[in-house]
Design a binder for this molecule. Structure first.
Ligand code: GLU
Ligand code: ZN
Length: 337
């Protein structure tokens, strides 16, 4: 079983479409179930209409998904798993880790962390604006009363997103966390050295992506996670959460992203690439599917096809192992003059 896990923070673009189609082809060819999970925990950026838009975009492209036992709503009227409806489940997992001594509350702001890092002897590892957390709050001694209060607050904290200025961090072990990816091959990250004890919740009390993703993938019975290769380093962090919770991890398949000519992730500045926009302009879904199939090594020349038709052509061995740079060939095919 695998999942489609869009975030409703904006419209889905061509890169998402390709990754989701690959997920769908891989799963359906293997006869596996596909579950839809809406990752709407970024409460500030969540837009209600973006949730519906994401479902609509994927359906328009010809994808479907299955309901699962215990998934979606109890009466079966909704088969999608919606993260914002599951805050208590994440709180429970956090509480388990707290009781095992594997997480701790941290009150450091970003400014605190930067000041601490600057004052310490070890050089900070800074990648993409991320600063390694130096473990400032790791050694806080908790007396019995404080501990009892913290235990009581973990659940409430997440459930109500009370906005307390505390985040919870995982105590990260040193050494490389390695894994064998079904597409990207052997990967390893030293999470302790690169990120340090990373947060499992945000300051607003909501679960961080890493925590919710692991808890859900486990709970939902996902045995193969298929997603964009921008999440390779997240996988190492997530494996540490699997360890902390005593869950067996799934296998992973990270699909090389579609990027702009500047090597960056697709964004507005690269021109229009939103699925909804193509649809509004009258571009047929079959055109986008054909493009995704072509860019996934399934056909040698661009042609239109349905998602179901493309299914028979899917072959993981043909998938390009490098990122796809969106260029004139792509946009020419997808533009209506
Ligand atoms: N919601 C994430 C995204 O849209 C995907 C996370 C995942 O597949 O684990 O990038
Ligand atoms: Zn701290």
């Amino acid at each position: 079983m695998t999942r489609l896990a869009p975030s409703p923070t904006g419209a889905l673009h061509l890169g998402h479409a390709r990754t989701f189609l690959i997920t769908w082809w891989m799963a359906r060819q293997a006869g596996a179930k596909i579950v839809m999970r809406m990752e709407d925990l970024d409460l500030g950026r969540r837009k209600v209409e973006s949730v519906e838009q994401a479902y609509a975009d994927l359906k328009w492209l010809g994808m479907d998904w299955d309901g699962g036992s215990g998934q979606g709503s109890e009466d079966g009227s909704q088969k999608e798993v919606v993260q914002s409806e599951r805050l208590e489940i994440y709180a429970g997992a956090l509480q388990t880790m707290w009781e095992r001594g594997l997480v701790y509350p941290c009150t450091c702001t970003r400014a605190d962390i930067l000041a601490n890092v600057a004052g310490s002897a070890s050089a900070p590892h800074e990648a993409e604006g991320q600063v390694r957390y130096p473990g400032t709050c790791a050694g806080t001694v908790w007396d019995a009363a404080m501990r009892a209060q913290a235990v009581a607050e973990v659940a409430e904290h997440i459930r109500w997103a009370t906005g307390k200025n505390v985040c919870w961090r995982l105590r990260v072990r040193g050494g490389v966390v390695g894994f064998e990816d079904r597409i990207a091959g052997a990967w390893g990250f030293d999470v302790e050295r690169e990120a340090g004890d990373f947060p499992l919740t945000r300051f607003d009390g909501t679960p961080a992506y890493q925590l919710a993703c692991v808890v859900d993938d486990h709970e939902m019975g996902i045995d193969c996670v298929i997603r964009g290769d921008d999440l390779l380093s997240s996988t190492a962090r997530q494996l540490l959460i699997y360890e902390a919770l005593g869950f067996a991890p799934p296998t992973f398949a990270h699909v090389p992203l579609v990027i702009g000519a500047d090597g960056k992730r697709l964004a507005k500045r690269h021109g229009e690439s939103r699925i909804a926009q193509f649809r509004e302009q009258g571009v047929r879904a079959e055109r986008i599917v054909g493009w995704a199939a072509w860019r996934s090594g399934m056909i040698g020349e661009l042609r239109e096809m349905t998602t179901a038709e493309a299914l028979g052509l899917w072959d993981l061995r043909q998938l390009p192992r490098a990122r796809i740079v969106l260029g004139q060939d792509d946009m020419g095919w997808l533009t209506i003059y």
